[in-house]
Ligand binder design. Structure first.
Ligand code: FAD
Length: 314
């Protein structure tokens, strides 16, 4: 069976129903491509009640955006959505077989939009405030802490930069060194900002009316409006590894500017992928949706090339 002539049920199977997968599916549906979107129902921003920094949806629930997107998809005849997980993605001739709980489906192309998952520093109480009084991204949640003291947890390489981003927003920035040493560059940056440093080991976090109370192994507690925390992230799904896709040092799938992976016929969009020009994905709802649209356009271009010899864009 060849991608050029095959009778696969779908032109494209999109794996993932976050902003990247939803937008990719919309774009393919609008081009009357037979597209199946599989969504296992777990989203990176699940801990957050509200999303920000997205025109028209600033300060609205992420679930609302997804529900509106699903309603829009339902108006396109060639779009099918299933609330189920993909279990495998394997080559099938020149196309792909995507395993699901209800059996395999055939696709000419596969677009991975499965996202990443965060692991927080191991501190008591931190998980329960992550997404509200604690956040990993100043663009997504910094403004919500405006005019209050804001803590930045850890001595990681970017602590000075994060503190500098918060400085115009917060009433005061306090770095929680958590018993570690700041390197010289970060220490100098914090001094120039007038940020203070608590050197004690952080014992944990509790929600408070302002935001959160930080407790330490010794010394007084600290109440802040918000805590900025660096997470480590990993791929949500095994397909990039299973397919042997080229990965970047961030752990994300390497894609070209159009969302093509190292494996012809497999595309990737959203937080799980980025180009080599970036050190990490531009993790945001808008950027993920934009990447989904771009990768879907690449799918359309490549299907045209397969079917009609129309040249794909470079
Ligand atoms: C706490 C928090 C708050 C955030 N707040 C904001 C904010 O305010 N504004 C903003 O712009 N960004 C915010 N972000 C970032 C934003 O959530 C991500 O950038 C965005 O969700 C990435 O979209 P995505 O489609 O790549 O992945 P996701 O939204 O994570 O979606 C992944 C999709 O893949 C599916 N999936 C995974 N495995 C499988 C499988 N095997 N089969 C089928 N489906 C599968 C999932 O179910 C899901 O549908 C926040 C992130 C976090 C952690």
């Amino acid at each position: 069976m060849s991608r050029k002539t095959n009778n696969s049920e779908y032109d494209v199977v999109v794996v993932g129903g976050g902003p990247a997968g939803l937008q990719a599916t919309l774009t393919l549906g609008r081009m009357h491509r037979r597209v199946l979107m599989l969504d296992s129902g777990t989203y990176r921003n699940d801990p957050a009640h509200l999303m920000h920094n997205f025109l028209t949806h600033d300060g609205r629930p992420p679930a609302e955006l997804r529900a509106l997107a699903r309603a829009e998809l339902a108006t396109y005849e060639t779009v099918e959505v299933r609330d189920t997980g993909a279990t495998s993605v394997v080559p099938d001739g020149d196309g792909w077989s995507v395993g699901t709980d209800t059996g395999p489906v055939g696709a000419r192309l596969v677009l991975l939009a499965t996202g990443v998952r965060d692991t927080l520093p191991d501190k008591p109480g931190l998980a329960s405030i992550f997404g509200t009084a604690a956040a990993h991204c100043p663009f997504c949640h910094g403004h919500e802490y405006a005019g209050t003291p804001v803590a930045v947890l850890g001595c990681h390489a970017h602590v000075g930069r994060v503190a500098a981003m918060l400085a115009p927003i917060a009433s005061e920035v306090v770095v929680l060194a958590d018993g570690d040493e700041l390197d010289d560059a970060n220490a100098a940056q914090l001094r120039s900002l007038g940020a203070s440093v608590r050197t004690e080991v952080v014992a944990g976090f509790c929600p408070s009316s302002l935001g959160a109370v930080v407790s330490f192994d010794d010394g007084p507690t600290l109440e802040v409006g918000g805590v900025l925390v660096a997470t480590t992230f990993t791929q949500s799904a095994p397909f990039a590894a299973d397919l042997g896709l080229d990965l970047l040092s961030s752990g994300c799938v390497e894609v070209d500017a159009m969302g093509r992976t190292s494996l012809p016929g497999v595309y990737a969009a959203g937080d799980l992928a980025h180009t080599a020009a970036f050190p990490m994905p531009m993790s945001s709802v808008l950027a993920a949706a934009a990447a989904g649209q771009t990768a879907a356009a690449a799918c359309v271009a490549d299907l045209l090339a397969l079917d009609h010899g129309v040249l794909a864009p470079a």
